[in-house]
Structures are given as structure tokens and as C-alpha cells.
Write a protein that binds this ligand. Structure first.
Ligand code: ADP
Ligand code: MG
Length: 627
């Protein structure tokens, strides 16, 4: 047997890093600025610990382009490197100085904010450069050094005459990547990845107009000065304590995050944990419209203030991806694949933590100011209903704040609703009948009829409500949701007085025969009912079950496997109405047919089912009749 160790030669690994390590070339800048930030923060920590006897000052990071020389420069005033350190940290691929630093100081530093991790970031420079130089001077009293590497594993290292502390990285950009020599492109990248990094980043200069001194001459020209253009906000709101922030600060930060968004957020949730994982952030509830697809993926994910992605799939529960804001965690393994991420224990904990925080916030908003919460309900209900459907724990918690509004703008919790209707709205099986409308206009006559009987009618109109009703019916005992036009309330709700039919059995029989001949059986299933005499003579309803299945299919419940269900309606004929009595007693068949057709059309009309040719004919006929 032979034993040995596989020799991974840098010769082989170099082109691999260059080609495959990062799918996106543009992240090289993020990596270099992360290193510059780490170098600066390390110096900050060392001076604080008394290990570096230097003035920390107000260091910045500068990004510069030299178009003529085709170079891009990243310059920091951080810790720097000695010749020995360059050998160790740069020349040894996949050795992370950042990890070493964190290991060494792990007892003394809490949340040091160091970004580096894998010891590979620096080499991403070779994705866009064929030659990279490092000129660096350590905070230690040692000479500066100059490292040059042209993309092959060979490098040179020699003394340099840099006087001030810090590191300059110079990239000689390849012709293929010359976009990175454009100001606008670099500015775009800085804005995307570095907008909230903790050390000020300078990119060029800008003109600033000084305010006129008080009592200045009217014609005086304000003075203009040239200042560093700092592209980032090193202290974004989420890094601060909630107690130090006012409502206005949260709103301002929202504007900073979404400059193109003119609507104000409804409210925010400040996330802040350090055990068992680290996570900070601010989530906002935006005003939502019914078009959900365009509103997703607005949450930005950061690691130690470095932008990573705005695809938070797998980290934030699906139903909360409709929110906006920022999540920052050093504990999310960011450079790994999404499938790995979804299985990661930390990520699962993060997800349930966020869900809990959101539920707690909603509950406290509800408790603190119910009226305000009710006013916002229309804008937030989709997220809440979506959450109730997709997350059991959230469903439980939401029982306390999920609202069920009536068509008249009253709001009940489920428990309140149950108490309100438990004595008046039950069916023959003692099931609680919850009546609802989905469209106040279209279902107006049905709503009025139900209200006239003293029933509560809810207004449930969100796109996923049919799924939620299904879930509630399965979860709660003995309740059923019924849309006002899916059955007639008189049939539905148990009453003590059994109605007596005005028609004799013989009359009913002949009416049934007649209706069968006049009304197409494939569209309507006809039922005779003895209802109140003032209820409509003909009423069309669509069974709740059938309509809801269709709705659920339309909104993603296709698993029910009921392809194209035909439209089937019930036609309820009220045998106690005067008109139906007249139909029965009318002598000529022709007149009977006319009465039936006219009544059927009126019933269709009130359901919005009378269209096209039928509608035209109906109107023509009606004019004839009143002539
Ligand atoms: P990581 O940041 O994950 O440690 P990198 O490949 O990005 O890995 O960098 C390797 C090491 O090189 C860093 O850990 C650090 O010690 C050193 N280094 C890189 N850039 C700088 C810099 N601007 N100033 C000081 N040290 C640096
Ligand atoms: Mg790095």
C-alpha cells in the first residue's frame, strides 16, 4: 500500500480561481473594498486594545481610476502589511488573514465586523486584471514593500518608498474588462455593494455650495468648494439601537434604500439578535397592491454591511419576501449554494426568528392602536393571510390580530365574529355559517338581502382568501364560509319557522314540468323553495364548493386536478312569491314562457351573467313590454 498526500499546486489552482471561483466578475471590487475595510477595522481594534501605538484618526478608503494607464486603484489607510505578512497572507492562496485575526482576538473582540473569511477574495482581482500590484506599509515600524504579480504564480517582492501607513492595490485592467475603467460603472458597483460599508469610501470629488452667511448681500454669490465624494453611509440605521432611532429616522432610511419609491412604508420591524446567531436588520411593511409578483425580492441581504444579494429566498420565509428592508448577518454562509443554504441550521433558525418577530410586531400594533391597525388592514392583509397559509406557527399567532371586516367597515377578530353570530347564523347541522361577499358592487342585491335578515356579511376580497377559508374550515370546528350569492340565506340558515308553501303539491308538480321544458338543464339545476313572499321569485346561485375550487385553481391550487370545471348554477324558484303564483295560474303557455324567460333574465342580470346577444334581446323585449 502506498500512502501520500495529494499535491495541490498553485500552478493548477490559479486559473481555476480566475475562472470559476466567482460567477460574477464585478464582485472583485466588493472583495478589495472588503479587504481595505478589514484592514482599517483591524487597526481600529488594535489601537483600542493598545496593541498598535498609532493615531487611528479618520481613515477613509479611496477608489481611483487612471484611464491612461488603464489602472484601477483601491487605497486604504489601514493596518498595512510587512514583507513577511505579504508572503504569508497574499502568497499563500486560501489562507485567510481575516480568520486568523478573529481567532487570535476572539476573546477580546465582540462583533468585530471583520468581513474576510475564506482567504480567496484578493485573487478575484485576477478576473479583471492581468497584472496586480500591492504597495503596502505596515503600522509597525518596517519598510514599505511592493508586490507585483502578472497572473502566473510568479511574483516579485521588493522594498518601496511609500511613507504613509496603509495599502494601495493597483489593478491593470484587461481589455476585455475595460468597463471597469468607466466612472459610471464603478459608481454603480460602489452603490450596489458598498453603500452601507463601515469605513467612508471616496470616489472622486464633488462641488458643494456653501450656505450664504447671515446678513449677506442679496447679490452675493454663494461660495463653492470641492469636497471628497463619499459614496457610502458608514452608519446605516440598522446598525444602531432601536432606542436611538425615531420614526423619522426609519422613514429616512427607507428612502435611502429605495430612492425611487415614493410611497411611505406602513411600519417597520427592527431585528436585533445576538444569540444563538447574529442578525440585525430592519424590515418594512410596504403598501401592497394585488399584483404581488412585481413586489417581491426587495429585501437586501448584507454581511457585515457588505451587500450580498437581494435574493433572500430560503433565508426569509416566502410570505415575508413581500416586505422590504435589510437583513445583515455574519452567520449566514454567503458564498455557498442556495440548496446548501436551505438545509443550514442557522438559516432555519433565522427564518423562524424573523417570523416570530413579525408576528410579535403585528400583535403589538394591534394591541396598541387597534383603529390604526384596522386602517392599515387592507394594505397588510395579503402578507398576513399568506403567512397564515404557509406557516403553522404564524397561523396560531395570527388568531389574535387577523381581521375579518364586514361590508360596512366593521372589523372582527375570528373570535369576536364567532361570538357575534353564534346564535343567529347556524345551519341545520349546527355549523356556523359565515356569510361573505367578494365584491360589494357585483353582489349588491345578495348582500342587501342577507343584511335585511339581520345577518353579518364579511367583505373578503384578497386574491388568496379562498385558500385561507379552506384552511380555517379544516382547522376550526364546525364553520363554513358561504358567499352571499352561493346559496339563498333562507335555505342556509336554520330558522324555527318552517315555511308553508302557498302552492299545492299538484301545482308544484306542473310548475316543475314547465320549468324543465323552458330552462336548459345543462346550465341550471332548478329547485323549488318556499321562501318569504318578498324574496325574489328567481334567484341564481353558484354553489360555494364549485366556485371556490375554481378560484383556488386560478390562484395556484392546481393540485386539485379539476381541469376545466363547467359553470353550473342553481336556480332557486320561490314558490311563495306572487310572480311565481302568477306563472302557475296563467292560462296560455306562451305567456307562461314569456314570464319565465323574463324572470330568468332578471335573475341572470343580477348575477352579472346576462351578456351579449341575450342582453340585447332582453333589453329589446323589455322596451316592448313597457310601450
Ligand atoms: P480574506 O479576506 O478572506 O482573509 P483575502 O484573499 O481577501 O482573504 O485576503 C487575504 C489576506 O490578505 C487578508 O486576510 C489580509 O490579511 C491580507 N490583505 C488583503 N488586502 C489587504 C489590505 N488592503 N490591507 C492589509 N491586508 C490585506
Ligand atoms: Mg477578503
Amino acid at each position: 500500500m502506498t500512502k501520500g498526500s495529494i499535491n495541490v499546486s498553485v500552478d493548477n489552482i490559479f486559473p481555476l480561481i480566475k475562472k470559476f471561483l466567482y460567477s460574477d466578475h464585478e464582485i472583485f471590487l466588493r472583495e478589495l473594498i472588503s479587504n481595505a475595510t478589514d484592514a482599517t477595522l483591524k487597526l481600529k481594534h488594535l489601537t483600542r486594545l493598545g496593541e498598535a501605538q498609532v493615531e487611528y484618526g479618520n481613515p477613509i478608503i479611496e477608489v481611483k481610476i487612471n484611464k491612461k494607464k488603464k489602472t484601477l486603484h483601491v487605497i486604504d489607510q489601514g493596518i498595512g502589511m510587512t514583507a513577511e505578512e505579504v508572503e504569508k497572507y497574499i502568497n499563500e492562496v486560501a489562507f485567510s488573514g481575516a480568520e486568523e485575526f478573529l481567532d487570535k482576538y476572539k476573546d477580546k473582540l465582540d462583533g468585530a465586523g471583520i468581513i474576510g473569511h475564506f482567504g480567496l477574495g484578493f485573487y478575484s482581482a485576477f478576473m479583471v486584471a492581468n497584472k496586480v500590484e500591492i504597495i503596502t506599509k505596515s503600522y509597525k515600524d518596517e519598510p514599505a514593500v511592493h508586490w507585483v504579480c502578472e497572473g502566473s504564480p510568479e511574483f516579485t517582492l521588493e522594498p518601496a518608498d511609500k511613507k504613509d501607513r496603509g495599502t494601495e492595490i493597483i489593478l491593470h485592467i484587461t481589455d476585455d474588462d475595460k468597463e471597469f475603467l468607466e466612472d459610471s460603472r464603478i459608481r454603480e458597483l460602489l452603490n450596489k455593494y458598498n453603500k452601507f460599508m463601515p469605513v467612508p469610501i471616496k470616489f472622486g470629488t464633488k462641488e458643494e455650495t456653501l450656505p450664504l452667511p447671515e446678513g449677506a448681500d442679496k447679490d452675493a454669490k454663494p461660495e463653492k468648494i470641492t469636497v471628497d465624494d463619499i459614496i457610502n453611509n458608514p452608519e446605516p440605521a440598522w446598525t444602531k439601537q432601536p432606542t436611538d432611532l425615531k420614526d423619522e429616522d426609519y422613514k429616512n432610511f427607507y428612502r435611502e434604500l429605495y430612492p425611487m419609491q415614493f410611497e411611505e412604508p406602513l411600519f417597520n420591524i427592527h431585528l436585533n439578535v445576538d444569540y444563538p446567531f447574529n442578525l440585525t436588520g430592519i424590515l418594512y411593511f410596504p403598501k401592497l397592491t394585488n399584483d404581488l409578483s412585481i413586489q417581491k425580492d426587495k429585501i437586501q441581504l448584507y454581511q457585515n454591511q457588505v451587500f450580498v444579494t437581494d435574493n433572500v429566498e430560503g433565508i426569509v420565509p416566502e410570505f415575508l419576501t413581500l416586505l422590504r428592508g435589510v437583513i445583515d448577518s455574519p452567520d449566514i454562509p454567503l458564498n455557498v449554494s442556495r440548496s446548501y443554504l436551505q438545509a443550514d441550521g442557522n438559516v432555519k433558525k433565522i427564518s423562524s426568528y424573523i417570523t416570530r418577530k413579525v408576528a410579535d410586531k403585528l400583535k403589538s400594533l394591534f394591541n396598541d392602536n387597534r383603529e390604526d391597525f384596522q386602517n392599515k388592514w387592507d394594505d397588510i392583509k395579503i402578507v398576513i393571510e399568506y403567512g397564515m397559509l404557509s406557516d403553522e406557527k404564524f397561523f396560531e399567532k395570527a388568531q389574535e390580530f387577523a381581521l375579518y371586516p364586514t361590508v360596512d367597515g366593521e372589523y372582527f377578530t375570528f373570535e369576536e365574529l364567532q361570538n357575534k353570530i353564534k346564535d343567529s347564523q347556524t345551519d341545520k347541522d349546527d355549523k356556523l355559517v359565515i356569510l361573505y361577499a367578494s365584491d360589494k358592487e357585483a353582489q349588491h342585491s345578495y348582500i342587501e338581502a342577507a343584511k335585511a335578515k339581520g345577518y353579518e356579511v364579511l367583505l373578503l376580497d384578497s386574491p388568496i382568501i379562498s385558500h385561507l377559508m379552506q384552511k380555517l374550515e379544516m382547522n376550526k370546528e364546525k364553520i363554513s364560509f358561504t358567499r352571499v350569492d352561493s346559496d339563498h340565506v333562507d335555505n342556509l340558515i336554520k330558522k324555527d319557522d318552517t315555511k308553508i308553501s302557498k302552492l299545492s303539491d299538484d301545482e308544484k308538480k306542473s310548475l316543475e314540468e314547465l320549468l324543465k321544458e323552458v330552462i336548459p338543464a345543462e346550465k341550471f339545476s332548478v329547485q323549488l323553495e318556499s321562501m318569504d313572499s318578498d324574496a325574489a321569485p328567481f334567484i341564481i346561485t353558484q354553489p360555494e364548493f364549485m366556485r371556490r375550487m375554481k378560484e383556488m385553481q386560478a390562484t395556484g391550487g392546481g393540485m386539485f386536478g379539476m381541469g376545466n370545471m363547467p359553470d353550473m348554477y342553481n336556480l332557486i324558484v320561490n314558490t311563495n312569491s306572487e310572480l311565481v303564483g302568477e306563472i302557475v295560474s296563467t292560462k296560455t303557455r306562451k305567456k307562461q314562457e314569456r314570464l319565465i324567460n323574463q324572470s330568468l333574465d332578471l335573475a341572470k342580470l343580477s348575477q352579472g351573467l346576462l351578456k351579449g346577444k341575450d342582453l340585447t334581446e332582453f333589453i329589446k323585449r323589455s322596451y316592448e313590454m313597457i310601450k
